[in-house]
Design a protein around this ligand. Structure first.
Ligand code: GAL
Length: 414
């Protein structure tokens, strides 16, 4: 791994050193929903860097459950006047209202001092933190949803080859079932089902149809033949996941890790779990970007926002954390554990595993799409999740009916 310079801004560092040990050290509560093994290991890198490089203290505010549970808690605390020092959100549209209400700290000065505009790649990550020319968050990773994770053990036990694309995955399902395995591991939560559907859309409907629906909100394409294929595939997926009763995404990942399930459609944060379990990409598991059909990734991710507080010392500590999170060393340490890609274009991850290398190559080739968090409002996302929960839970819900309702949601999406 090459670290080319220390990008944690000198001004911040000097300020931190000068104040270290003095009474104005701040206990900064940081909320996030990173509670799985891999996620906890990754967020610990932020805490360590903050505690070691500043005079302040990271007070961990992990919220168990998932983003779906944590986000309303985070947002209602900020709206209710009990702001934390910093918080994770997926940048894009989730913080829109908070910014408009004037509740989040403008960190444009940090971004300028540290030259974020020159290093953040793709630039859409910083655009998603920007409103009316002001920057309100620090993007910390590029996370992509578009992966399926396959268990070598499960396929070996079933006596079939590890699939190299979605069609082979579907074709191998009966052999897995015969061997007592669950072909597709899937947690019951709404966001997981909706996310998996999004991945199938890009892979099966193709990029143009996906863009027409998600960017142009074209209801006719959503109701058309390309998306029909996606809903037919979703019916298949529902049948393959029928015996997967777990709730949390990482429980489903664990079924793949232990060879109880063939695969899981999940974002690249799943890598953190394989890593904690000591599994090696390419040996114990295979990852297929775009379900092996369309090698493209969306460039969403996580960002940290800093709710405004009426205390200049807190504001200073918040800005030090923002600067540190973007620094090269912290970007490397955090993203290697998280399974995501760094947001800086000036880092070479020599120690990246096979799957991260695939992601980096796709990124370098420019085969990227914006994420749903950037394109769809929280309300539209909620409607899609409701549809997906009903569809995945009820085997009598037909592809045709689901597609009709889907097209209606897209038609009225904002
Ligand atoms: C996403 C988040 C990821 C990941 C995942 C599962 O919202 O962007 O970082 O951890 O949730 O918790």
């Amino acid at each position: 791994m090459k670290i080319m310079d220390k990008s944690f801004s000198i001004s911040m560092l000097t300020a931190a050193l000068m104040t270290s040990g003095l009474a104005n050290a701040v206990d900064l509560e940081v909320t996030h929903w990173w509670t799985s093994g891999g996620e906890a290991a990754a967020v610990a890198e932020f805490a360590k860097a903050f505690d070691e490089n500043t005079s302040h203290k990271w007070v961990d505010g992990a919220i168990a459950g998932s983003g779906g549970t944590a986000r309303p808690i985070i947002i209602s605390r900020i709206l209710g006047g009990k702001p934390m020092g910093a918080t994770q959100l997926n940048h894009g549209r989730q913080a829109e209202e908070l910014i408009e209400e004037g509740l989040l700290l403008d960190i444009t000065d940090v971004a300028m001092a540290d030259g974020w505009k020159d290093v953040v790649n793709p630039s859409s990550l910083l655009d998603s933190c920007t409103l009316d020319g002001k920057i309100y968050c620090v993007p910390v990773n590029i996370h992509s949803w578009e992966w399926i994770w396959l268990s070598h053990q499960a396929y070996e036990d079933a006596g079939v080859a590890v699939p190299s694309n979605w069609e082979e995955f579907v074709a191998a399902a009966p052999a897995l079932e015969k061997a007592g395995k669950i072909p597709l591991a899937m947690g019951q939560q709404a966001w997981q089902r909706s996310g998996a559907f999004g991945v199938m859309s890009i892979a099966i409907a193709g990029i143009d149809a996906w863009k027409a629906v998600n960017i142009d909100k074209d209801a006719a394409v959503a109701a058309g033949p390309e998306y029909k294929k996606v809903f037919d595939a979703a019916v298949n997926a529902r049948a393959m996941a029928a015996n997967s009763k777990v709730q949390d995404w990482n429980q489903a990942t664990n079924m793949v890790i232990t060879g109880q399930a063939g695969g899981q459609i999940m974002g690249d944060w799943a890598q953190g779990e394989f890593q904690v379990a000591g599994q090696v990409a390419g040996e114990d598991y295979t990852c297929l970007p775009g379900l092996g059909a369309n090698e493209v990734i969306s460039t969403g991710g996580d960002a940290f926002y800093f709710p405004k507080q009426d205390d200049p010392e807190v504001t200073k500590a918040q800005k030090e954390l923002a600067s540190l999170m973007m620094s090269q060393a912290v970007q490397v340490a955090f993203n290697l554990k998280k399974g995501s890609l760094p947001v800086r274009g000036d880092i070479e991850l020599d120690t990246a595993n096979d799957c991260m290398k695939k992601g980096l190559k796709i990124l370098a080739d420019g085969n990227v799409l914006p994420s749903g968090d950037m394109l769809l409002s929280a309300d539209t996302q909620g409607q899609l999740e409701d549809l997906m929960v009903e569809f995945w839970s009820d085997t009598s819900y037909s592809a045709e009916d689901a597609q009709k309702r889907y097209a209606a949601i897209i038609g009225s999406a904002d």
